[in-house]
Design a protein around this ligand. Structure first.
Ligand SMILES: NC(=O)c1ccc[n+]([C@@H]2O[C@H](COP(=O)([O-])OP(=O)(O)OC[C@H]3O[C@@H](n4cnc5c(N)ncnc54)[C@H](O)[C@@H]3O)[C@@H](O)[C@H]2O)c1
Length: 269
């Protein structure tokens, strides 16, 4: 086997949350193109099944999974193992954003973002580790990739609640990584920290920024955030999906507990 084959995902099966659109959908396309079987999941709706059907390369299937519901997790992991025979990769991608001055964020909003962005990732790690560990249903070890954000590493105005959730994902990841390593489970766990990536979430982020900053145009806001990335452009979903593919692969066999900034240099400044 050549070294380059370490980057392929043939024979591996992945479960991706929030996979109907945006970064999750691109992760599904890239992982499938690398040879993986992919169980795409999202909240109920027509987009998820359509995205799964459009995926070429490996085999793809779709299943509803609300990341805040533990029963959904158990059923989706069972479905992955019964469809593909195994679970090797979990991409905890589903997430929401709530924007506002901390003085204005309601307790309900704070709890909601923590329920989806943090509890959802905790439930995913819990159920994936149960399936992937040596005495589990899949039992082959594996790679868990948690999508955090630059906002999980540095402060961003009007994103305190989101930052709290993404910072929790960052350290939850490290805890899972160290524990699984020490227990000899063969499970790696890493976090990916995107800068601003062109998706529906980013569009809404720009609109809310415009309103909160009182900016004249969306273009003004887009310029500010382009300049936040020293590399001179915002991200595209492929930038994140390629990093996820790497962390999912055997090429990253010695990487666990790491936080990978995929942010055009934002957090290096
Ligand atoms: N786009 C960015 O600029 C950016 C930057 C940093 C981090 N991120 C993170 O990347 C991830 C994907 O973001 P995106 O830009 O593709 O967002 P998006 O809003 O385009 O897609 C998010 C997906 O998550 C799903 N989702 C929401 N709540 C869910 C729940 N309870 N259960 C299951 N699925 C649920 C949505 O239905 C949607 O399909 C998120 O975790 C986000 O916080 C995005």
């Amino acid at each position: 086997m050549s070294d380059a084959d370490d980057f392929r995902l043939d024979g591996k099966a992945a479960l991706i949350t929030g996979g109907a659109r945006g970064i999750g959908a691109e992760c599904a396309r890239v992982l499938a193109a690398a040879g993986a079987d992919v169980m795409l999941t999202d909240l109920p709706g027509p987009t998820g099944p359509a995205t799964a059907e459009s995926i070429a390369g490996g085999r793809a299937a779709y299943r509803d999974l609300d990341v805040t519901r533990e029963q959904d997790w158990i059923a989706a992991i069972d479905a992955t193992i019964s469809t593909f025979g195994r679970l090797d990769i979990l991409v905890n991608n589903a997430g929401i954003e709530i924007m506002g001055e901390i003085a204005d964020v309601s307790q309900d909003e704070f709890r909601r973002i923590m329920a989806i962005n943090v509890e959802g990732v905790y439930l995913g790690c819990k159920q994936a580790v149960r399936a992937m560990r040596p005495r589990g249903r899949s039992a082959g070890g594996g790679s868990i990739i948690n999508i955090s954000s630059v906002a999980g590493m540095v402060g961003v105005p009007w994103l305190s609640a989101y930052s709290a959730s993404k910072g929790a994902v960052r350290t939850l990841t490290k805890g899972v990584a160290v524990e699984c390593g020490r227990l000899g489970y063969g499970i790696r766990c890493n976090s990916v920290h995107p800068g601003v990536v062109a998706t529906e979430m980013a569009e809404s982020f720009f609109r809310k920024n415009q309103a909160l900053a009182g900016a004249e145009s969306l273009e003004q806001i887009a310029t500010v955030f382009t300049q936040a990335h020293p590399i001179g452009r915002m991200g595209v979903p492929r930038d994140i999906a390629n990093a996820v593919r790497f962390l999912a692969s055997d090429a990253a066999a010695w990487i666990t507990g790491a936080e990978l900034a995929v942010d055009g240099g934002w957090t290096a400044t």
